[in-house]
Design a protein around this ligand. Structure first.
Ligand SMILES: Nc1ncnc2c1ncn2[C@@H]1O[C@H](COP(=O)(O)OP(=O)(O)OP(=O)(O)O)[C@@H](O)[C@H]1O
Ligand SMILES: [Mg+2]
Length: 508
């Protein structure tokens, strides 16, 4: 640490400090000694609390900062505004407050920065309430285990790695493997299925062009009005990137605490960790593994612990988190990925190879898990997808064997054929979330062998045909299936008949 003692300072700064010492005292007031890289170093403020908001006097008002490094004779404070306004010698005051952001329904449909200031050109946002950006997570007694589904509308996720409200499920994969696409589809599904779940999307250090096209898409799909977008770009100061997920979580907690359900997407926490590393190094904290400071685990654990399914006493609301992590060359054993994997309740791992083979969404069946969502899965989907993972895993293993020889016994052959059809039915285009009945019918048709005669290349087409057939002829069945209860034999019989009928048109 290279702390500068007062006697090393310029005469001017020393005089300013002396003056304060004699008038207001140096407990709640301080003087900026130097500024740079978004950090102001301050002498005085001996009563400052960790993460307390500070007000720095500038030529045209005040500039905000928060105190992060509390040292004996110097404080390192991270600036929230541009540092060009802050000069050495400026007076700083404690506010006695931690950072708060506006929270409430008023934010729905808006694009804001981490401090709740509009970025969409719309009017200033006036909310009745504010929420603490940093807040301890709710304790054990205030929670209950996950028991309601959060349907993503993505067949392979809802069937094999189901997510429950209040769960934290990591989306992890290399760049350009469809991570954001999963998050967007999940948001769209909340509007399409009318789940009433509010979406909060946090863009951390992303290209603004990407965020803009995402917003356009959400608008087009009619989802924006139940969505809050908290956006930061790569050119924002690291302090804003650091705050973004916490501020957005505060906005999500408002819904959770008011008996509602919210889904929050952190896109992505790799960039968040990098912003925090940058901030920490500028604050001269010692770097540890991969140059991240020692508390980088705490950075994300205290964030994700705020997602929860509340107890009935607290209203039963929920906040579900989908953090995103970008890996390098599929390495999930790197520092930040392992940290976040250990904090979350499961992960959806996307593989570059699958993505380029056209198996999209490129979800790795073997490496993806959901540790708590199973108990929240709808009975309908559960009843039909129980051994899907196993069947697919078996198929992958057999398929790699089968490459080498052609003499396969009948059993193996049929297992491979089923696997191929399953793989095919799990392919899903972007922006087309499936509702419960569509998911049920799709899986049922294949696992019951009703599409065995349909050539693999035609499976997708046959599925589409089957779904529109059912939609046209069996409206009531759709409502029954969409309740999520386990279908009875009559329902199954109807689907069987329909699938046979459709399959006969697609026979090879
Ligand atoms: N299920 C899908 N079917 C077809 N195309 C898809 C699907 N999912 C994603 N894509 C396409 O793949 C590309 C990458 O998707 P996306 O931006 O979601 O990936 P990402 O992992 O978030 O990328 P980045 O690392 O750049 O953030 C996009 O062009 C997207 O349209
Ligand atoms: Mg992305």
């Amino acid at each position: 640490m290279t702390n500068i003692s007062v006697k090393d300072l310029s005469d001017e700064l020393r005089r300013a400090i002396n003056k304060i010492e004699q008038t207001e005292g140096l407990e709640k007031v301080g003087i900026v000694i130097r500024v740079g890289d978004g950090v102001a170093w301050i002498h005085g403020l001996s009563k400052a609390g960790y993460s307390e908001m500070l007000e720095i006097e500038t030529d045209d008002g005040v500039s905000e900062a928060f105190a992060l490094n509390l040292m004996e004779d110097e404080i390192g404070a991270v600036l929230l505004d541009s540092e060009s306004k802050v000069r050495a010698g400026a007076k700083v005051r404690l506010t006695g407050k931690a950072l708060e952001v506006p929270v409430g329904e008023e934010l729905l449909g808006r694009v804001v920065d981490p401090l709740g200031r509009p970025l969409d050109g719309g009017p200033e946002i006036k909310t009745k309430q504010t929420g603490l950006v940093e807040k301890p997570a709710i304790g054990v007694m205030g929670r209950q285990s996950v028991n309601e589904p959060l349907m993503t509308g993505i067949l392979s996720i809802d069937a094999m790695v189901p997510i429950g409200r209040g769960q934290r499920e990591l989306i992890i994969g290399d760049r350009q493997t469809g991570k954001t696409a999963i998050a967007i589809d999940t948001m769209i599904n909340q509007a399409k299925q009318n789940t009433g779940v509010v979406n909060i999307y946090v863009a951390i250090g992303q290209k603004l062009s990407k965020v803009a096209s995402l917003i356009d898409r959400l608008k087009e799909e009619g989802v924006l009005k139940q969505t809050i977008i908290v956006a930061t770009s790569a050119s924002d100061p690291a302090s804003l990137l650091y705050l973004a997920p916490y501020a957005a979580t505060a906005m999500g907690e408002y819904f959770r605490d008011n008996k509602k359900h919210a889904l929050i997407i952190y896109d992505d926490l790799s960039k968040h960790a990098v912003a925090y590393r940058q901030m920490s190094l500028l604050l001269r904290r010692p770097p540890g593994r991969e140059a991240y400071p020692g508390d980088v685990f705490y950075l994300h654990s205290r964030l994700l612990e705020r997602s929860a399914k509340l107890s009935d006493d607290l209203g039963g609301g929920s906040l579900t988190a989908l953090p995103i992590i970008e890996t390098q060359a599929g390495d999930i054993s790197a520092y930040i990925p392992t940290n976040v994997i250990s904090i979350t309740d499961g992960q959806i791992f996307l593989e570059t190879d699958l993505f380029y083979q056209g198996l999209r969404p490129a979800i790795s069946v073997g490496l993806s898990v959901s540790r708590v969502g199973g108990s929240a899965q709808t009975k309908a989907i559960k009843s039909v997808s129980g051994d899907l993972r196993m069947k697919l895993a078996q198929f992958r293993e057999l398929a790699s064997f089968a490459q080498f020889g052609s003499d396969l016994d009948k059993d193996t052959k049929s297992q491979i054929e089923l696997g191929q059809r399953l793989t095919e039915i799990l392919k899903q285009a972007q922006f087309s979330p499936l509702s419960i009945w569509e998911q049920y019918v799709s899986i049922y048709a294949v696992t019951e062998g009703l599409f065995n005669e349909v050539p693999v290349a035609k499976i997708q087409e046959a599925r589409t045909a089957l779904l529109s057939y059912v939609k046209k002829k069996h409206k009531k069945l759709i409502d029954t299936l969409n309740t999520g209860t386990k279908p009875d034999d009559k329902v199954k019989e109807t689907i069987k008949e329909a699938a046979k009928e459709v399959a006969s048109e697609y026979k090879g």
